[in-house]
Ligand binder design. Structure first.
Ligand code: THU
Length: 143
């Protein structure tokens, strides 16, 4: 559950700043196997900008998507929730996060978190409808 139940701010998101942070992060991707670097960045509720890149592994299935690094950084640098999110490939093209990473982001997103996607700005609820999440567990335990 989003602890503060804080909605995404109605003000404009500076997508240029987020994209620049994602483009900076993608330079650090470790992708010797896929050669497909990914960089992500997000605006946090307290105003900070965090980022991440994918880190692959010789045991392919252990690969960490860029979003994994971002969520780890979110908590390692003070917590909070994600307000807006951007994901790019090595050419700077916008990417849609994979399904697993949409679930990962959902856990830490404010309601209405905005994503820059291949089909424009979407909310987290639009890209993972009827999501299984913390509220599902809370409702179950309360029933
Ligand atoms: N990848 C990400 O980092 N995030 C996504 O949302 C999609 C996929 C990475 C994993 C792997 O290192 C590479 O992209 C190719 O699948």
């Amino acid at each position: 559950m989003n602890e503060t139940n804080q909605a995404a701010p109605s003000g404009e998101i500076d997508w240029g700043v987020l994209r620049a942070a994602a483009l900076s992060a993608v330079e650090n991707a470790y992708v010797p196997y896929s050669k497909f670097p990914v960089g992500v960045a997000a605006l946090v509720t307290d105003g900070r900008i965090i980022s991440g890149c994918n880190v692959e592994n010789a045991s392919y299935g252990l690969t960490l998507c860029a979003e994994c690094g971002l969520v780890s950084t979110l908590h390692a640098t003070g917590g909070g929730q994600l307000v807006a999110f951007s994901c790019v490939d090595g050419h700077g093209n916008t990417l849609m996060p994979c399904g697993r990473c949409r679930q990962l982001l959902f856990e830490h997103a404010v309601p209405g978190m905005q994503l820059e996607t291949v089909s424009g700005i979407r909310t987290i609820e639009e890209v993972i409808p009827d999501a299984f999440g913390p509220r599902t567990l809370a409702e179950y335990s309360g029933s």
